[in-house]
Design a protein around this ligand. Structure first.
Ligand SMILES: Nc1ncnc2c1ncn2[C@@H]1O[C@H](COP(=O)(O)OP(=O)(O)O)[C@@H](O)[C@H]1O
Ligand SMILES: [Mg+2]
Length: 477
């Protein structure tokens, strides 16, 4: 040791160096768990740390996909004020830094800001205001047309049927369903003849004026076909307001599509906060937006913005003719790598809790995987959501479940419905704010603490109305 100190000039042999910390030996990990690698791997968005080990917790449905995680959809649940939105906001913002694109259906108004609680985050990322939906329409309000030709024929029929069924509060029988299908086709034809986009009012009109050829094809008299579809036409009239413009959907879904937004932006926030919560309008609006996004936003485009067909095909095996997508000659984009997307749905019990919508959603979620889409649904507890087979099926589509603190009865119901071990009920009741139980695939992480950095705090702050902020006047300090 003294020999070393006597060396005048540091030779490379004696250079002082900061030794890297090796963490791969299980011995060192066992001694000091926080230095062990994160359980879910190091790729993805940093969430925070696992409370019981101190290990970092990193999550990415796209990286973990297939590796113990069969799908990318997620449900975040828990009582109000526990940190559900804060987690989802920072998680999506951190994912955007990894190149993802995010769409948010924002349903909760932040009173002091007089806008949706996601507006500030959206603005800080893109500099753009949210896409606003307002009952009755008005200046700056957007409209999505369920009859938009951008939505494919089959999906459109399913969508309009769902709208009628939600408005009716009941399923349509076979005769009414068939009359509606015929009317949608006729409405499309009649609008095309008039060289304009069909709207829901055209479907109501077509239901009231059935075509003799349709009646003959279905072996019905014209009066019978009219009777089959009359109730559906009344429902559409009521929803769209008919003559007096007072319907639940007026100004939001009854005209041609007009969305003042760039759907290619990193984050698009749909502001539904002015739509009465819990009413049919929110439910239907969410269904229409999801279907519209599926048909318009989720086009399989490359990061360079072109369709796969614009890229070269490179044959990788001459014998079998197998090929892979190569560069795009115009944009010089080297590889077809579809941008991954995340859809956030706040207060999602409106859709998960409505069997007709849950059925539509289940189809959407099945598509989601093929499109590289991860959906996040935020709910309070499962008692808001009924136990119908459709709802059960759509709940099963979520492979990641994040549970914040819940009250006793709700925690017990959550544990029973999700088939979690019995001890988790008591544990869920005791979780503090910002700490959640995560279930990723089949693995349970009992205490994951979500960490907010200072720069993110003002974007997540949602409890202004209930917080006693310091009100000291400047001259008193
Ligand atoms: N991990 C966290 N660390 C610190 N503060 C948090 C954390 N999570 C949430 N909060 C704060 O708690 C409040 C309520 O959180 P929020 O996400 O809006 O709750 P929820 O969506 O469950 O109703 C917010 O003001 C937020 O800033
Ligand atoms: Mg919230």
């Amino acid at each position: 040791m003294t020999d070393l100190l006597e060396v005048g000039v540091l030779t490379p042999m004696h250079e002082t160096a900061r030794r890297p910390l090796y963490t791969e030996t299980t011995t060192s990990q066992a001694l000091y768990l926080p230095i062990a690698p994160p359980t879910l791997g190091t790729e993805g968005a940093i969430i925070g740390r696992e409370l019981y080990s101190g290990k970092a917790f990193i999550y990415c449905p796209f990286s973990a996909f297939g590796d113990g995680l069969p799908g990318g959809n997620m449900i975040v649940m828990g009582d109000t004020g526990r940190g559900k939105s804060a987690l989802t906001k920072t998680y999506t913002a951190r994912q955007i830094r990894l190149g993802r694109q995010v769409v948010v259906l924002d349903t909760k108004e932040q009173k002091e800001r007089e806008e949706g609680e996601w507006a500030a985050l959206g603005r800080s990322i893109t500099g753009k205001a949210p896409v606003r939906f307002t009952p009755g329409g008005g200046a700056g309000a957007s409209c999505i047309n369920p009859m938009d030709p951008a939505i494919s024929g089959k999906r459109q029929i399913e969508l309009v049927r769902t709208i009628v069924e939600v408005g009716l509060g009941n399923r349509l029988d076979e005769f009414a369903g068939s009359a509606l299908r015929l009317a949608i086709r006729r409405a499309r034809e009649r609008a095309a003849e008039a060289a304009r986009q069909p709207v829901l009012a055209d479907v109501a009109a077509a239901l009231r004026a059935p075509d003799p050829a349709d009646a003959a094809a279905k072996q019905r008299t014209l009066d019978e076909l009219l009777a089959d579809g009359l109730e559906a036409s009344y429902v559409l009239d009521r929803l769209c307001g008919g003559q007096d413009a007072t319907g639940d959907l007026t100004g939001m879904l009854d005209g041609p599509t007009s969305i003042g937004v760039e759907l290619d932006a990193d984050m698009v926030v749909f502001d539904l906060t002015k739509v009465p919560s819990g009413g049919v309008a929110t439910t239907i609006l969410v269904a229409v937006i999801c279907t519209f996004l599926e048909e318009v936003w989720l086009r399989p485009l490359c990061e360079c913005g072109t369709a796969p067909s614009r890229h070269e095909r490179i044959v990788v095996d001459a014998d079998s003719g197998a090929w892979e997508i190569g560069p795009n000659p115009d944009s010089q984009c080297r590889r077809y790598t579809q941008r991954k997307r995340i859809l956030v749905c706040e207060e999602a019990w409106h859709i998960l809790g409505t069997p007709q919508l849950a059925a539509l959603l289940e189809k959407f979620l099945k598509f989601a995987r093929g499109y590289g889409l991860s959906c996040i649904f935020i709910v309070h507890h499962l008692s808001d959501i009924d136990d119908s087979p459709e709802t059960q099926a759509s709940l099963k589509m979520a492979d990641t479940i994040v549970i914040y603190s819940q009250k006793k009865s709700e925690a017990e119901e959550t544990v029973a419905r999700l088939g979690l071990p019995a001890w988790t009920a008591e544990h869920i009741m005791r979780l503090r704010r910002g700490i959640a139980l995560w279930k990723v695939g089949d693995v349970i992480y009992p205490g994951v603490q979500h960490l907010l950095v200072e720069a993110e705090q003002h974007l997540c702050f949602s409890s202004g109305s209930m917080t006693d902020l310091a009100t000291t006047a400047p001259d008193e300090t």
